[in-house]
Design a binder for this molecule. Structure first.
Ligand code: MN
Length: 405
């Protein structure tokens, strides 16, 4: 049996699911535990599971998640119990554990549909101040609707996969005609995303009270953006090529139940929202978020520290709103929060805000400055909750930028 380092993201309280492979083996379902991965496919040869164990040999988690929370949560409780009681199989069969350093982590979900919300009031206010009216930054709908748009699932990529600087139409400053060139305003967006774990039928809305039953778990989400392309294209129908070239996700899906210790109350919603969006209880989560930039061959500088608890609209409200018109969601759909900024400048969740649209460059530890992300930079995002002795972390999502070709 492996030991779990005290400060590990992947404590006994976490048990996130992911898809991994080792050299010469097929992708399969695993659980992160300390610096190791518990190979569930291998474990199924020794322990009886009350579900079709073929879901553990799939290259995505979708079929496993579709078993339902009753089964997936029970499996987590079983693993916790086996560890607590020093189950002989887990403790004697070392081959069940693979060092994470020997494994490749794959995209965990076959993402069906991807929706991006815009639910951080600090972010929406900052963007409104920069591009519209500093005194009236929020649009009239913002405090009534969890604003969102339908994104593109095909370009959601796993941590570690580099991206090439995208090209597109850009309107140069003080010009009237666009040019075609590589973006000069490549940006990250610090977001969290939830994975839908249960479908509703077309025409059947999901209530706020029931919404969490439909959420399997969460990942860290870097919603890459090209601000100059976005600025020229977004009127009147919203984000398009400035957003759909890539979004990177962390490899481990943290089940919602592992985040229970970190529940907190959300900000007071004023004015009162419509009845179908009203909720009871604590539906925000106190999860620390951070973003680092590492220049080519350099050291990482932390450029932002934010928190998921700042969200004005919570996930239950987002999912309920998404389906209130009868829109159906499916297992493996991904719903991202929108950029998560906090009240302090050090907690802004994008370069757009950190450099205030490029007017205030930030300085990295090597003395170089950034308005936006440069070629060769690696952007890494991390998330974790800590309460007393309980730590539940997401690991990281890390992406390097390659020069435009
Ligand atoms: Mn976004």
């Amino acid at each position: 049996m492996i030991s779990i380092p005290a400060n590990s993201d992947f404590s006994i309280h976490n048990l996130p699911f992911g898809i991994f492979s080792t050299r010469g083996t097929q992708p399969r379902v695993g659980v992160a535990l300390g610096d190791h991965i518990l190979d569930l496919k291998a474990l199924s040869q020794y322990h009886d599971f009350d579900f079709d164990r073929s879901v553990l040999s799939q290259e995505f988690l979708n079929d496993f998640i579709a078993l339902g929370k009753e089964k997936t949560s029970q499996l987590r409780r079983d693993i916790q119990q086996w560890i607590a009681t020093e189950d002989p199989i887990l403790f004697e069969k070392d081959a069940l554990f693979v060092p994470q350093s020997d494994a490749t982590l794959h995209l965990p979900i076959r993402v069906g549909d991807y929706t991006d919300f815009y639910s951080s009031i600090e972010h929406a206010t900052n963007v409104g101040k920069m591009f519209r009216d500093p005194d009236n930054a929020l649009l009239p709908n913002w405090k009534h609707i969890p604003v969102g748009y339908h994104g593109r699932a095909s370009s959601i990529i796993p941590s570690g996969q580099p991206i090439v600087r995208p090209k597109g139409q850009i309107l140069p400053k003080d010009q009237t005609l666009p040019v075609f060139k590589a973006t000069e305003r490549l940006d990250f967006e610090l977001e969290m995303a939830f994975v839908v774990g249960k479908e509703n039928s077309l025409g059947q809305e999901i209530s706020v009270e029931k919404a969490e039953d439909y959420i399997f778990g969460m990942v860290v989400f870097n919603d890459w953006s090209a601000r100059d392309i976005q600025k020229w294209e977004y009127v009147p129908l919203g984000p398009f090529l400035g957003k759909n070239f890539a979004s990177s996700i962390s490899p481990w899906v943290i089940p919602l139940e592992a985040l229970e210790p970190f529940r907190v109350s959300g900000p007071k919603q004023d004015p009162e929202v419509l009845p179908y969006l009203q909720y009871k209880g604590m539906k925000n989560y106190d999860l620390n978020l951070e973003v680092g930039i590492r220049p080519e061959n350099g050291k990482e500088t932390l450029v932002s520290k934010s928190n998921f608890k700042y969200m004005y609209w919570n996930m239950a409200q987002q999912l309920s709103h998404h389906t209130v018109n009868g829109c159906n969601v499916r297992v493996g759909d991904l719903m991202a929060s929108g950029t998560i900024s906090g009240p302090e400048k050090s907690s802004y969740g994008s370069m757009l805000e950190l450099s205030w649209a490029g007017t205030k460059p930030i300085t990295l530890e090597d003395g170089s400055t950034r308005k936006f992300i440069l070629d060769g930079d690696t952007v890494t995002m991390r998330a974790y909750g800590e309460k007393g002795t309980i730590r539940v972390g997401f690991g990281e999502v890390s992406t390097k930028i390659l020069p435009s070709q």
